[in-house]
Ligand binder design. Structure first.
Ligand code: GRF
Length: 204
């Protein structure tokens, strides 16, 4: 099986990025973390990546006059590395067409809802406000829309009567950490995309 060379984009805490790097460390994923890039100088993910021996690079959004200029700089840094998949892991920006045209491998994202319900920010709060009884998380391929690309894998969790945004988020996050590794294993084994539907590629 081809080695996955994973580039990670993260904006904050970095627990999903850490879960991926931990799966590599334990051998659950036959993969290498080649770089972690962040838009945010405060991102804990930057320090975390260094603990795993992964190059951590800040491309500060605030140091660039426009989204286009920022994304061009991000792409330049990313393309210094040899990667065959990009994982958004708590990356809090929508990627523009310029970036998506220039990136050299598929881009995956993890989102804390059962898409297509509750895209965008505060997905867990949206789920509670709506009153759903089942919530969850999704790993999907990234396109130019907001959390709108074809779905690779999803996991459901119950919503309990006494849930707060914090308790529901914690229940979902626990599943997120497993789901990203499973989605990457599935991606590595080979996928076929038909319209919006992602399936395992037929074995030869
Ligand atoms: C996760 O819930 C992820 O699904 C969402 O933002 C959160 C990031 O958490 N996109 P972390 O930085 O991975 O800990």
């Amino acid at each position: 099986m081809q080695l996955l060379k994973i580039a990670i984009l993260a904006s904050g805490r970095g627990s999903n990025a850490k879960a991926i790097l931990e799966s590599i460390k334990t051998g659950a994923l036959h993969a290498e973390g080649v770089v972690l890039l962040s838009d945010n100088p405060e991102a804990e993910a930057l320090l975390m990546a260094q603990d795993y021996g992964v190059p951590a690079i800040l491309v500060n959004r605030k140091a660039h006059p426009s989204r286009e200029a920022y994304e061009a700089a991000l792409l330049t840094e990313l393309n210094h590395f040899d990667y065959n998949v990009v994982c958004l892991a708590g990356y809090m920006r929508v990627l523009g067409e310029g970036f998506l045209l220039g990136v050299k491998a598929p881009v995956l994202n993890i989102h804390p809802s059962l898409l297509p319900s509750f895209p965008g920010l505060h997905a867990q709060r949206q789920a509670l406000d709506y009153g759903v009884k089942v919530a969850g998380c999704t790993v999907h391929l990234v396109d130019a829309g907001l959390d709108s690309g074809p779905i690779l894998l999803q996991r459901a969790v119950p919503v309990l009567d006494d849930d707060t945004e914090a308790t529901l988020s914690a229940r979902i996050l626990k599943e997120e950490h497993q789901l990203y590794t499973e989605a990457l294993q599935r991606f590595q084994a080979g996928i076929t995309i038909q319209g919006r539907t992602v399936k395992a590629s037929a074995k030869e």
